[in-house]
Write a protein that binds this ligand. Sequence first.
Ligand code: PEP
Ligand code: MN
Length: 264
Amino acid sequence: MGVRIGKVEIGGPEFIVIAGPCAVESERQLLETAEAVALAGARILRGGAFKPRTSPYAFQGLGLEGLRLLAKARRATGLPFVTEVMTDTQVHIIAEYADMLQVGSRSMGNWALLEAVALSGRPVLLKRGMSATVEELAEVADALRSGGNAQVVLCERGIRTFGTATRNTCDIAAVPLLQNLTGLPVILDPSHATGRRDLISPVSRAGVAIGADGLIIEVHPNPERALSDGDQSLTFDQFRDLVDDIEPFVKIRAGRRFEVYAGA
Ligand code: PEP
Ligand code: MN
């Protein structure tokens, strides 16, 4: 059984592409992006309103105004949306707007947040901490489930290694491992896993082929001017090309969950 986000199901027969900007920057930027990704075949919109940033001087997101714009984009396109929640006190207000709550990589161990998210009744996109093991992520998913929320989708978004050629190292094997370990849907985030626009298509194809339940992709009308994660954001044309690139793999995959042999 998959996880329902509005009319969309992750972990069901359909391969689901989530797409949108890293951060909501303006009404125009969001609505243009939402329309472009919807037309290209995305089924869920993404966009950060409250942004976790490494530097306190970096763009922190539009906050509540960002949530209102996401709701407007949902009305315009019919796409449900996922957005990040960073603190337990934000859960209540964000859950009023969002179809799915994202717990980001930096928050995987924030227990006050996880408890609030478990109680929210909203489906959760739980991203792997950048230095978390597969087992640790599975344990957090278990905690959410025993906290009362079984609607959990896991996300492999790359981990920190000694490699510097990519922003993080994409642990592709984590996808079937986590599916097997938890029975939950698992999606891949090639944008944060690589940090590089040129690697989004090849890593996405690998993700579909390995059996991921979906992808989450950053898209921006003008990545050069993006206020966050421009280097890994696709233009609208590039996103359309990506959807074409993965199509043959999606067809082959067609609703299958590949068995990982027990005890192997
Ligand atoms: C994001 O989705 O924009 C994000 C900040 O992701 P992560 O938590 O994986 O870094
Ligand atoms: Mn981002």
